[in-house]
Design a binder for this molecule. Sequence first.
Ligand SMILES: C[S@@+](CC[C@H](N)C(=O)[O-])C[C@H]1O[C@@H](n2cnc3c(N)ncnc32)[C@H](O)[C@@H]1O
Length: 216
Amino acid sequence: MTSTQPTRLDAAHFDTKARQWDENPVFQERGRKIAEAIRKTAPLRRGMSALDYGCGTGLLSFPLKDELGAILMADSSSGMLEVVNEKIAAQGVGNMATMKLDLLVDPPPTQRFDLIVTAMTLHHVPDTNPILRIFHDLLQPGGYLCIADLDKEDGSFHGPEIDVHHGFDRADLGLRAANAGFAAVQFQTVFSIAKARETGTRDYPVFLMTARRTNL
Ligand SMILES: C[S@@+](CC[C@H](N)C(=O)[O-])C[C@H]1O[C@@H](n2cnc3c(N)ncnc32)[C@H](O)[C@@H]1O
């Protein structure tokens, strides 16, 4: 009997999805809901520099752009960044720039940020501990980290053929964030994704973890 190895959704995969990404109303609503929760949790201001890691087409950061200063939109998929660049140009956005970036292989940006946001990206990153440490290094003291992702699930969200993290256990992620140097780690549920399954409709909750870099 042959068994097929699960495949990782790489940058080439997301390149093929980029053009249609914004046509999905669930993705749109998810971005708005996560943005709303971030707005209520972190004191956003026009002087704040932000990094959106795994920004996709920018569905999280576009709703926040008028409440922040410079926003660096980073993603490993050039297809996603192409769409972001077109949206920036079409909307005449003055405070967003894009960067092709995979923090597991590329050198991190040299600048420091007041806020790092990342939505539905961490479950695609094989080794998340180094990323948490890099996020910590990239933040200014007092800076905020906001991670939105799936709660721990049984693997049915993507299916057995896809190699991703099956969501995250909040206590475990919180502990790993603390080990990376973060303080004031908090979780809330911000959205729920309904998917049709053989057994009926199933809901997959999405959490927002917020944490702060406190030390110098
Ligand atoms: C599920 S999409 C989410 C996109 C967007 N944040 C949203 O909420 O609509 C995951 C995104 O993470 C990006 N991504 C996956 N692995 C990455 C990595 N190692 N470094 C940077 N971006 C990555 C993908 O290219 C994709 O744009």
